[in-house]
Each structure stands twice: as structure tokens, then as C-alpha cells.
Design a protein around this ligand. Sequence first.
Ligand SMILES: [Zn+2]
Length: 1124
Amino acid sequence: MFGYGRSNFTWNGTLRELEGRRAPCITERGRPSMTASPSSSSGLEVLLSSLQNAGDVESTINIINVLDELLSAGTDRRIHYMISKGCSEALLTALVNTGRSFSPNFNVLLPLLHLLAKIGHRDRRIGVKAEDAGAALLTLNLLRQNIKYARRAAACLWVIQVFSSSVSTANLIGENHGLETIYRLIPHFTTENLHTIKAAIDAFAALLCTRANVCSVVSKGYVSGLLRLYEDWHAKAIQHAAVAICHSLLRCLHKVTHSTAGRQALVSQGGIRLLYGATQTCLLSKGLESLVEPTVQLMRKCLTKTPLPLTSDWSAYSFPVPGRAHAVPAMDVQPDENSDESDDNEAEAVFDDDLETDLNKLRLRPDPDRPKELLPQYSRLCPELSQDFQELCLCSEPEESSAASSSSSDEDAVLVSGLQLQRSGTDGGWSESSNSSSASDTVGHAPAAAHLEARDFHSHRSILTTSSSFRTQVRDASDDACRGQSGEDEQDVDASNHRSMIDRLLEKHGPCIPHHDPKMYRAAAATTKSIPGFSVLAFPDVWGHLPMPGHEPMAPRKPNVQRQKVFEDAQRFLITDGIINQVVFDLEDSSLQCPSDSLRFFSKFECGNLRKAVQVRRCEYDLILNADANSSQHTQWFYFEVSNMVAEVPYRFNVINCEKSNSQFNYGMQPVLYSVREALEGRPHWVRTGTEICYFRNHFCPARGRRKTTFYTLTFTITFKHNEDVCYLAYHYPYTYSALKAHLKVLQKSVDPATVFFQQQVLCCTLAGNPCPVVTITACPASRAWKDMHQLRNRPCIMLTGRVHPGESNASWVMKGTLEFLCSSDPVAQSLREAFVFKLIPMLNPDGVVNGTNRCDLSGEDLNRQWSKPDPVLSPTIYHTKGLLYYLSSIGRTPLVFCDYHGHSRKKNVFLYGCSVKETLWQSGSAVNTVGLKEDPGYRTIPKTLDRLAPAFSFNSCNYLVEKSRSATARVVVWREMGVLRSYTMESTHNGCDQGIYKGLQTGTRELQEMGVKFCHSLLSVTKDVKSLYSQRLISHMDNNVVDHKSHNCFEDDEPPCVEEIEYSADCPGLSAADLDSDVNAHTTAADEDEEGDEGPGEAKLRRGSVGQSLQSSTRGRLFPPAM
Ligand SMILES: [Zn+2]
């Protein structure tokens, strides 16, 4: 039989002989041409040149054999060398020359087509080259003429598949009815011609790379045919080869369903049910296992887009923004039906394009955004400068501090109105005073203290009313609660009852949570203003939280969990028995009645976010999150109460409108849960919980409008420990604005005013009228002697801010650690207070935090993109923080360090972003010469120190690049406009660490607070004269506390590889070059079985003559440069 595989070919000639026959060759379109000078032409070029001009069959076959040998024995580098030397062009020319004749010689054509398939698959421009040579349609014609001959047809099909890598070639073949030809020839062949069938389906799939071809296939109704073929072949798939055909058919279906029409055709032709049925049998057979994943993906992709069951995508919370017409924008556009499934809407900026390379923008300070005259108002925020410490010696409590703690709201009002007076008239636009009054008129829902008390402990009350065993435990409290409920008009009585209820609970169960006082929390919450006017407190916020003893490891990912979940989702459409689909909670409809045996949900409390809950099956719920206020997007954060559960039953929860394209939930992160019953039994912990956690793209689309939105499902399963408990579930450890207010009061009480200068003031009021606290912490001077006072007034300033993004509650826990440490009696803290004045703005976005938004403030803007020119009315906290920074600069007290605390949902560890001109230019590959650029490398001191001190910190995750897209963030603006060298964003993971002593563990609030402490420790590294300022004792104290956590080695990937693909945008994988090679090779070497008609009479003779020795290495040496 004919064979030209690696072991049987002839190479009798020499290069010299070949050279003798050489003739000038193709030079069209400037591709590598054969040089006419024998001295400069390589052996390979000679060989190729001969191929195109060889007249006789034998030498052509010989050359093809040599080339095939070279290809099979070589590396990719050699193949690419061959391509660069014009191998594809030579083969195409030979193909056209041979194939054009009236009766082409398949003794030449077959090996030629096979070689062309193998080389062409590695040549990215093969399609264009084929078109130029006129080989594309020629091959299609050859196919049509040889449909009866399985081997010839297969060879043509492989080449067509390879040519279709170019869109224009694929379209050309499509326009010339290539798809019909191939589609119709498939049934011609039987299981004896598996190779040809597979080649046909692969070629068909390859042609579907263009929109035009997909449309044509769908309009001709081929989807149904492909599905039937799949059904047939799946039934035959016991044989391995048939499995490969099934894969090829799935590839066709995946490509067809890139289009909406294709997906609709698949669904209308019963494709989902067919695929579902096929998958069921796959799961039973090990050999068919590999078909499951692509089938499940195909089902998921084609499930009919289901609009979220909402009347509007717009947030349930809207807020009249000053200066903006208050109307929900007309967004009633139909969902974008044409959006390709493959389009990923994630707008991750391409890194290098985003880097700022304009040296002027990197180095020159822009003009201030406001006149100098507006700055003196901020002198009030530097009380340490004006403080006369006379009283310090006389009375135990500084006057200002006590004022702040007793009636801060009155003081706030004065301060704020003072600001307004100074500001009014300076601005042509919206006047601040008129705005804030209108805002507080329309929103300003601060629940009256008594009212709040009357209805607080919502959760607790429900425990009392639902659980009989629990009732006995807190019967007294229950009585109080009932009385409180009935007598809401008698507020005084009511309040006192509740006060006693809290007191009794505290007496009975009271855990001692450091720096937390439930009664103080309640008082703080009473003045918090929210859009809906919250009147209920979430139990964990009131009661407090203690970190779990010990560490919580990341959750192992169950194999195939995503497949299983998608499968269950597909079942909803196919097996409707047991599907309930009943709304059991609606934020906007409090009258909703739900079945007695369903879970109860609630989220109308501070930081709460759950808009709707739908019971899908008996123990499965779809949860829909509320978009950020005045917005229709940014859903990710959740925090809600759940009750009426049965113990030891697994409940599946699906948060179905998440927006980020990936999440640490796929990499070991778990949501957090707080059980009221556990808390009252002495375990007041938020715990990481949930199994079968998975985050994946789903089939939901917006209710109305908002094009191109892709939603993701976060699914997790929870088995509650107690019957009829009341539990809270959250994206991450909640930390409310009221918690901050209460915490600052507790801290204020805790410090020794004789040594610690602690003052809380109001930076400004937010849009909703919530005061934004600013805290000054430093050491009181040792005495009123000039030297001590002078030292105080010349202490460098450090400014720390946080929680500009409300969904990043971890930032608040880090800030809590920082605040507590700075107020503590720790010797390092004491030294830091003596060395620096700390200005802390712990919560830059109180309104967002209060109303449970994820990213924005009430105007629907990301406040961390407003720093360039913050609007005094719309972004007051940013405007005034920047004002304070300008003021500090104007009095020569520019902060030494600025750091904005954030949280990161897609990365592990804690790390810093800083700013460096040199690193940005280097990284961008900019042509700017950086040799002469001077840059203080001091921006690296803190990250380096943190790497040594803080176990969660990873130096290798830090970067110092200035991106254009981040030019309006705090970090970049403070660096560029204020000239703060050490200006950072600190990102803390929502998940955990992949290095150091916390490797494999999820972070808890303990680790987050520790990070806040370590950040303070690292500040000692920026004091120039540590030794003169601090005693050796202190240094050794630091050294003893250093944990060398060995994080210096991890240039690891951002994410460890997942057990399975977690992204859907990746299509069904295409055929690799190796796959095609093995198809072609299997065909040529297994060609011993006669295929009728494939061989002409001359073939046997030729084959016999072609059995020869293998290519000698000396010849190879002359054909290629060394080492190929
Ligand atoms: Zn952030």
C-alpha cells in the first residue's frame, strides 16, 4: 500500500542535484522568494523551489516525503523556519499545478494535501496564502469531484479546515456553497470511514468562524440536522472514535450558538432536552465523561435568557440628587438580543495602554482645584495646633473631647453651618447650604431614638415568636418585647422596656466584646440617616462580633461543582416538577405573604442588601441584590437576615445578579454567617460558612434595558445548626456606619487624655446628612515647655482614609485595627503618637455604607474617581478631604504618608499600590529616557517593611504604576497634586493568603485588624531619625515582634489553577495542531485496509520503490541552520 510516513521514503538525491534543477520561483506579494544565487540559498529553499517546478511525479513525491520527514522529526521552531522560507507557498503552488489538470494525479495530491494540512495548521496566514494561490476553491472542487473516495475527501477536508482559519477564506468557501457540500457529504459515509466523517465535521466547524457562515447554516435549518447527527453518533459513542466525532459535533454546535438565532434554533429544535438526555448517559459511562463539560456549557449558553423578576433594574433606593432631574432614566430598551455570548463585558483595561507615559502629567503638579481663600476654614480640623494644653494639667478630660463625646451632633451642626457660611457665594453653581437642607428635607430619615428602640432587635423578636424552646431561655425579655410592640405611642415606657430587655440580655448572655457597647451602638444608630429610614437594627451589629478562635481554612472546591450546578439550573427548564418559583421576600412589598414552611428573609437595616428572594425548589432560593442607590448596577455586596429554617437541612442559595466576571468565591472564599442563637449562647462570631460554592456566568439578563450586561451566579449551600434560628448572611464581615460612630465614642472614652490627644470632628455632612468623622490622634506634649510644644507642632502628619467603596467592609476592619492600636498603650503606639500627628477619615462614603451599596455613593458615582475635581455638593467628603490636604500643604505640613484602605475581591493577600514615575515609564516601554530622572526610592520603604512585619502582606503583589484610568483616585491625586511621595492604596483580600504563615487560610477580622496594626508599625520605618527619637528598647521591641513569614518568593500566578475551567467565555477548545496531525497521520499509516478506488494502478509500484532509509543527519544539517 502506499505510504510515505516517516519510515518509508526515499532520499537518493543530493542537494547539488536538486540545485541543478532549480528554477526561479514565486515572488508575488513580496513573500520570501527563492534567491537566484546558489551560494546564498539554503538547501531548504532549493528543495521548495524544486517542488514547485518538478515535472515528474516521482521527484515531487520524493520532495514531499523529505519535507514530511523534516516536519515530523522537527520542533515547532523548525516548522516555523520552514514556513518562513516559503514552505506553504511552495506546497500551494504545487497543489494548484497538480490539481488543475483534468484528471489530477492523486498519488501526488494525497501526500501533498496531507502535508499542506500539517504545515498550514501552523501557518497563521495560510488562508490568505491559499486565496492568493487560488488553492481554496480548487480544493473545494477537488472535494466535490471526489466525494466517493473517502481518503481523498478527507484530505481535501483537512486542508479546507486549515484554510478556514482566515475569515475571508472561510467566507469565500461559504459563498461558494462549501457548507452545503460538506453538510451533505456527511451521511455518505459509514462507520468504516470515521476519519472522513470527522474531517468533514471539523471542516464544517472551522468554517463556522464567521458570522456570515453561521447565519447561513442557521437559516438553512442545519442546526436541527447537527442535533440529530449528535444524537446518532452519541448513541454509537461506545467506540472511542465516535466520541471524537461527538466532540467535533459539539464544536459545531458551540459555534452556531454564538448567534442569538443559533441559540434559538437549538432550543426550538429540542436541543436542550436532547443534550440533557445525552449527558445523563455520559455520566454513567467513564468513556463518555469528556463529553459532559462541553455539553453542559452548551446547555448553559443556550438556556433562554431570563429577565430578572424585577419591575425595574433601577435600585429600589433612589435619592434626589441636587442639580439632577430626579427621574429614572428611560432605559426600557429590550435586552440586547444580538449580544454574543462570547462577548465578555468585563472592561479590564489592557495594562500597558493604560499606563501614563506623559512625563508632564507624571511630574508636573496641576493647579489647585480651588482658590487659596477657601483653605483657612480647614484650620479647625487641626485642633492639635491650636490646642493650649493648659487644662490638661488641671482637669482629667480635655474640654473639646468631652464636648465631642457628649453632644457631637450639636457641635457638628455648628461646624457644618460654619462651613456653609464660608462657602456660600464663592460658587456659581449649587449652593451648599440650599442643597443640604433640601437633602435632609427629602431624605434625612433619622429614626427617632425611641422609635428605633421600639423596633430594634427585630431578629431577636422573631426568635422569641418562632422558637418555643428558645422562648423559655429569654422569657422575661420576650414579655418586654411584646409590651414594647403593643404600646408604640407610649414611647417612653416603650423605650425603657427595651432598654431593660437589652440590659437583661446583656446580663444573661452578655459577652464582653472589646471596644463594643451594644447600648452605645443603639444610640449611634438612632441618628444615622438612611434613604428608606431604617428602623430595625441587625442583631450582629448591636450585639457585636468576636473573631473565631483559631483560623478558618479556605474551602476546598468540590470537583465538578460548577457542572453540577449548571446541570441543576438546566433541570429547572426541563423537569418542572418540584419547581415552586414563588417570591418570598420583596424589599418593595412588605405586605408579601409567604408560605409557612419557607425561609423568611429580611434586609431593611443598615448595610442590608437583598432586594428579592424567590423560592425555586423546596430548599433552594434565588436571591436578587439591590443595585447601588440611584443606579442600576454594581451589585455584589449582600447582607440579609434569614430565619424559619429547619436544622440539618441543606439549603441552596443562588445570588443571581452578581456583576464581577470572577470572584475569590471560586478560589476557596466563603460568605460569612452569624447565628443569633449561637451568639446568645456565648459564641458571637461571624463565621465563614457554606459548601458547594461556585461563581459562574448564568442565563439571567436585566429586567429591562441595560445592554450587554452579563450576570453571574454565586451559589452556596448552607446547613443551619439550629431549628428556627435567626441568622445573618453577608458577603464579608459587615461594619456599619453606626458601628464606626459607636466605636469612635468607645475609643474616646478609653484613652487617657493626659497622654493621648484624641479628637473626633466632623469633616462635613454627606448628601444624606450623615456627619463624616475625622479623627486626630497624637501624643499630648510632655509639658508646656517651649521645646515640647514646638516638637508637637512640627510633628509630621500622616493621613489615613478608608471605606470609599462601601462593599469593601474589610477596609473598615483594617481601619478599626489601626484606630485601636493608635489609641493603645503599646510602646510602639506611644512612639508613633510622639512622632506623628494622625489624621484619620475612617469612612469616606458613609451614605453608601448605610444604604448597602457596593461601589457608589448616593449620586451613583464611584467616589474614588472624583479626586481630580471633586464636586463640593455631590462629593462633599472627597471635596473636603482634599481641602484638608490642601490646607496642610499650605501651612507646610503636607502629610508624610497617605494611605486609602480598600478591599479586593479577586486577589489574595494584602498589598499596596503606590506611584512611581520611573517604574511607570519602564513598564510602559516608553521611549522617555529615565537615566537622568531623579526619583526618591522612599516609596518602597513601607511596602518592604510590611513584607517583613505583616503576615498577610505580599510585597510581590504591590505595584507602583500610574494608570490613566486611575488618574482620579485618591492615591494618584494625592501623589501628583500634593506631592506626597508615599501615597498608597492598601488592598486587603476578601478571601485569604496564598503565602506566609496564613497561607491557605481565610482572613478573619482578627487578621484584618492585625493588618491595621502592622501598617502602623511600618510607619516607624519612615521616620528619618528613629534612633534619636526612640530608645533602643523600642527598637528591640519591634524586632522581637517581627515575624519573618517568608513571602519573598512568590512570583506566583494570581490565582492557582482551578479544578475546572471557571470561565464560560472560553469556547469549546479548537482542534490543536497535534490533533490534526494525529488525524492525518492515523489516516496515512493505517491506510493498509484497501479503500475502494482510492488507489490507481501505479501506486503499488511507486510505494514499493519508495521504501528507503531514513533521512541522514548530514542532510538535515545542510537543510537547516544549527539546532533546529
Ligand atoms: Zn476599593
